[in-house]
Design a protein around this ligand. Structure first.
Ligand code: CA
Length: 232
């Protein structure tokens, strides 16, 4: 089996210790860094599979770390933010983070996020080998070339906006996409003006997918943040 290496970037020793103990107990390999520069160094030299990144670091800001990493790598970054950094969390996702955890978090929550990310990595590895024009996730299937969506092998009729939404979410399966990212992709730049439309189209899309699948929840809502296609 493929062994996952996780880089923990955290300047607070008790939290770093909690995370590393948890990872060790569950058989994950890990590296640690206690500031942003060290994190960048570890990422470029050791090429970890996943990064757990605290946003409040003593040298470079966590968001800046994400921006720099994204200039050369797509590796999954799970942000760990304090409640006082709520807005930073959205900026971190916009900068290219994949998911987030808010402090204080439970060990179970942390492990769940890591499992989701590992499933997504495996999914991406397989997708590269298969025909990339067809997306399959549980009962949901999208034929990008034909522009058609089926659920449980039955065609689902979507409006053009709903189709665009499902494609954007599918192309970033497992990643939390902010309202800003989604509205920019679908309607252009003025995302605040499109929030109401986004909610309406998303509600309708979810309803169609849920009904056709017999109740499967493909799309997770992150209140005040955005949406995420789950890997089923
Ligand atoms: Ca910190």
């Amino acid at each position: 089996m493929y062994e996952t290496t996780i880089l923990i970037v955290e300047d607070d020793p008790p939290i770093r210790h909690l995370i590393s103990t948890t990872l060790r107990t569950h058989g994950y390999k890990f590296l640690t860094a206690d500031n942003g520069n060290e994190a960048l160094m570890e990422i470029s030299t050791h090429n970890p599979d996943i990064v757990l990144l605290d946003l409040g670091l003593p040298d470079i800001d966590g968001i800046e770390v994400i921006r720099r990493v994204r200039t050369w790598s797509n590796l999954p970054i799970i942000v760990i933010s304090a409640r006082s950094e709520e807005n930073d969390k959205i900026d971190a996702l916009d900068a290219g983070a994949d998911d987030y955890l808010t402090k204080p978090f439970s060990v179970e929550e942390l492990l769940a996020r890591i499992r989701v990310t590992i499933r997504r990595l495996a999914f991406l590895r397989n997708a590269k080998e298969e025909n990339e024009s067809v997306y399959v996730n549980g009962k949901l299937s999208i034929d990008f070339a034909a522009g058609s969506v089926t659920v449980a092998e039955q065609p689902v009729h979507l409006t053009p906006s709903e189709y665009k939404l499902v494609c954007i979410l599918a192309r970033h399966t497992g990643k939390v996409l902010t309202y800003r990212m989604i509205t920019k992709e679908v309607w252009g730049n003025s995302w605040e003006n499109n929030m109401a439309s986004l909610r309406v189209y998303m509600a309708s899309l979810r309803k169609k997918l849920e009904k056709a699948s017999g109740g499967d929840q493909f799309i997770k809502t992150h209140v005040g943040v955005g949406y995420q296609m789950l890997k089923l």
